[in-house]
Design a binder for this molecule. Structure first.
Ligand code: GLA
Length: 318
């Protein structure tokens, strides 16, 4: 089974706040092959903690897995914010389910992989990466509403423009970055406001919160709006507006969410100097990759890779 990495066009740190995101699957990803090993009690082969956690979660959810050996290969760099962990989890889960002749509904499977990542890696991630890896359709971004879990394909017609990613060079391990802390701050803000999640908060609520929760909420509210504005701009083929929204998202993640680093800022500045129309940190932040938008006539700088919307998880032919 193959599960792709993802690029999140916009909508960062919104998933665990019941908000909106707009990711797409990329061509690079993780392939997991499961082979029956009768008499083998668990999962062997490339069995990292994450692989074992996925198998345990599948069993806990009532799936009858046979003893198996898993072989994993990946074309995704780890720690670059392209969701390599979610791709491993999803590919392994699908490979084990395939071997057992069982199936699982995508949202349920995304939740199961999320639990496995939390157990194995200590990350309290949202569902962005897993849903993108499982459900993103080819040629489209996927608008995800994390409150209703409604998934809407949004055609990504770039009309000659190019999206590209550049690694900041700073490896990121979510659990050890400020990620879990940001999530706790958002939960604290929701509790103070007496709402179930920040999706239910309003602009006026920003002034009712102490620092830094007020800025965290301001980011989440603005970022949800930017997802809707990006969907509209894509529909109108207004790529300059998409570039403006990428820049606005970056400024918000840097100034309101405090999720940037010097290495990320240098990468963003370098991409803008190279002619990017918009650029922003991507994923959890605190390192990882930067996403940038270029017009067709600009030559991509070295070590900047073009990305295009590919299909979500699938069985590989051959
Ligand atoms: C990481 C997490 C996701 C999401 C992003 C930020 O990629 O795994 O769940 O929270 O950060 O948007």
């Amino acid at each position: 089974m193959f599960a792709p990495g993802r690029v999140n066009l916009i909508g960062e740190h919104t998933d665990y706040n019941d908000g909106l995101s707009l990711p797409f699957a990329i061509g690079e990803g993780v392939t997991a092959d499961a082979t029956l090993r009768p008499g083998h009690a668990g999962v062997g082969g490339d069995a990292s903690e994450l692989v074992c956690a996925v198998a345990e979660e599948l069993r806990a959810a009532g799936h009858d897995l046979p003893g198996a050996e898993i072989a994993i290969s990946s074309s995704l760099a780890e720690g670059e914010g392209l969701s390599s962990s979610a791709a491993v989890g999803v590919a392994v889960a699908l490979a084990l389910l395939g071997l057992a002749g069982e199936s699982c509904e995508p949202v349920e499977l995304a939740r199961l992989c999320q639990r496995a990542e939390r157990r194995a890696l200590g990350t309290r991630s949202g569902l962005l990466d897993q849903l993108a890896a499982l459900c993103a359709p080819e040629g489209c971004a996927l608008r995800i509403d994390f409150r209703s879990l409604e998934l809407t394909p949004v055609p990504l017609r770039l009309g000659g423009w190019r999206l590209a990613v550049a690694a900041s060079g700073e490896r990121r391990e979510l659990a050890r970055s400020g990620y879990n802390e940001r999530r706790a701050e958002c939960e604290g803000a929701a509790e103070l406001l007496g709402v179930g999640s920040l999706r239910a908060a309003r602009r006026a609520d920003v002034d009712r919160l102490p620092e830094p929760m007020d800025r965290r909420l301001a980011h989440v509210l603005g970022e949800n709006e930017r997802v809707e504005q990006t969907v509209t701009a894509l529909g109108e083929g207004d790529m300059s507006e998409v570039g403006r929204l990428l820049d606005a998202s970056h400024a918000s993640l840097r100034d309101l969410y405090d999720a940037s680093t010097d290495a990320v800022e240098r990468t963003v500045a370098g991409l803008r100097e190279a002619g990017a129309v918009g650029a922003r940190m991507m994923g959890g932040g605190f390192g990882g990759s930067v996403l940038a938008l270029f017009t067709a006539d600009v030559e991509l700088p070295r070590r900047v890779r073009a990305v295009a919307p590919a299909a979500g998880a699938r069985v590989l032919a051959g």
